[in-house]
Design a protein around this ligand. Structure first.
Ligand SMILES: Cc1ncc(C[n+]2csc(CCOP(=O)(O)OP(=O)(O)O)c2C)c(N)n1
Ligand SMILES: [Mg+2]
Length: 372
């Protein structure tokens, strides 16, 4: 690693430091380069692969929502509009690095080696969906908000203690930054200089709770200052800006300089989960504004201008992805299933009310079968 390269990356974290009030943005909303000096060095193949990975994640996400709507999967948290963040992390994350997820970063899970079958198993209520056999050094999804962060800090500390160069990438939402676990993890990682890249996906909502009600802080990135670590706010719908920031943060952490906090500013274009109706708490005008900032649209705009993408390839590619994804869904549906899986793993002894739910659910399944 050349010192000039290190300098320029460190400089990015300084120039766009949390207190600068600036948000790193390299592509405008149409995909035109507006900050050429910060363009990450990516080959044409890497750019095209990134777009394809985003397209795959989006296709899989939309199919997951559809399977849930058909009553074939219990629940699902849509990722629509947030795909660039996980793909950017995936492009920097190494095989031995750790991924400590929340639940809305499908593209990062796929980059780590999780299969759609694994993911369908998880949301289909199979305990096996947490095994993630193909994904080396990845923890299972964490739904208790921010509970994953102390684990990330602990793993980072362990990597450092063992003298390893592997680092940790962990995800949390804007809402998660109000949890005590967020504070404890960032404080611990800062004190012990644990090599952890904390990525906040600020998708503007915690269910129906808007970002403005989450904290009086000017940005979520400024919280880094309180822990004495670098923080940077990035346009999370700008793939190239995300790659530049994640590369800088990873280099900082890998060089033994401790954790970094990235606030990726994005928008949850879909519902919170398949049980939510965002039409009840936000306007169509707001949704439209963010649709115009969509990450796939912007990277495609860039690729088309560079003549790296042929629009006519897109539909056939999506059809091929759909076939692959549907195949993995079928494998999930054929996986041996015990409905008790969704009840028996939370407590050593199942509380009475949960037992009652289990009995009622079994009755319902028997009734459903009798109707077929
Ligand atoms: C400790 C805890 N409290 C409450 C909940 C219920 N809950 C589920 S998701 C969510 C909102 C989280 O919002 P955010 O952190 O912004 O993540 P996003 O869902 O937007 O990705 C809440 C309150 C929970 N899962 N865990
Ligand atoms: Mg959120």
């Amino acid at each position: 690693m050349s010192s000039s390269k290190t300098k320029s990356k460190t400089a990015l974290l300084e120039e766009y430091g949390a207190l600068s009030g600036k948000m790193l943005q390299i592509l405008d909303y149409e995909g035109r380069v507006i900050l050429a000096e910060r363009l990450p060095k990516l080959s044409p193949e890497e750019m095209v692969t990134a777009y394809q990975n985003m397209l795959y994640a989006r296709t899989a996400d939309q199919m997951a929502v559809s399977y849930q709507r058909q009553g074939r999967m219990y629940t699902y948290p849509p990722n629509l509009g947030q795909e660039a963040i996980g793909v950017a992390v995936g492009s920097v994350m190494r095989e031995d690095d750790w991924l400590v997820p929340a639940y809305r970063e499908l593209s990062a899970w796929l980059a780590k080696g999780a299969s759609m079958k694994d993911i369908f198993l998880y949301f289909g209520g199979h305990e096996d969906g947490s095994v993630l056999a193909g994904a080396k050094n990845m923890l299972p999804s964490a739904v208790p908000i921010a509970s994953q962060l102390p684990h990330a800090a602990g793993i980072g500390y362990a990597m450092k203690y063992q003298g390893k160069k592997d680092i940790v990438f962990t995800f949390v939402g804007d809402g998660g930054t109000s949890q005590g676990d967020f504070h404890e993890a960032l404080n611990f990682a800062g004190v012990w200089r644990a090599p952890v890249v904390f990525i906040i996906q600020n998708n503007q909502y915690a269910i129906s709770h808007p970002r403005a009600h989450q904290t009086a802080a000017k940005s979520l990135a400024v919280k880094a200052e309180g822990y004495g670590i670098p923080g940077i706010q990035v346009d999370g719908n700008d793939y190239l800006a995300m790659v530049a920031a994640v590369k800088a943060a990873a280099e900082h952490a890998r060089a033994g300089q401790g954790p970094v906090l990235i606030e990726a500013v994005t928008y949850r274009r879909g519902a919170h989960t398949t049980s939510d109706d965002p039409g009840r708490y936000r306007t169509e005008a707001e949704e439209q504004k963010w649709a115009e900032r969509d990450p796939l649209k912007r990277l495609k705009g860039y690729l088309l201008a560079q003549q790296l993408w042929d629009e006519t390839n897109e539909e056939p590619l999506i059809s091929q992805y759909k076939k692959e994804i549907d195949q993995q869904f079928t494998e999930m549906e054929n996986h041996p299933y015990d409905f008790k899986d969704i009840f028996i793993h939370h407590y050593t002894e199942i509380p009475d009310d949960l037992k009652q739910q289990m009995v009622a659910y079994e009755k319902f399944l028997n009734w459903k079968e009798s109707q077929q």
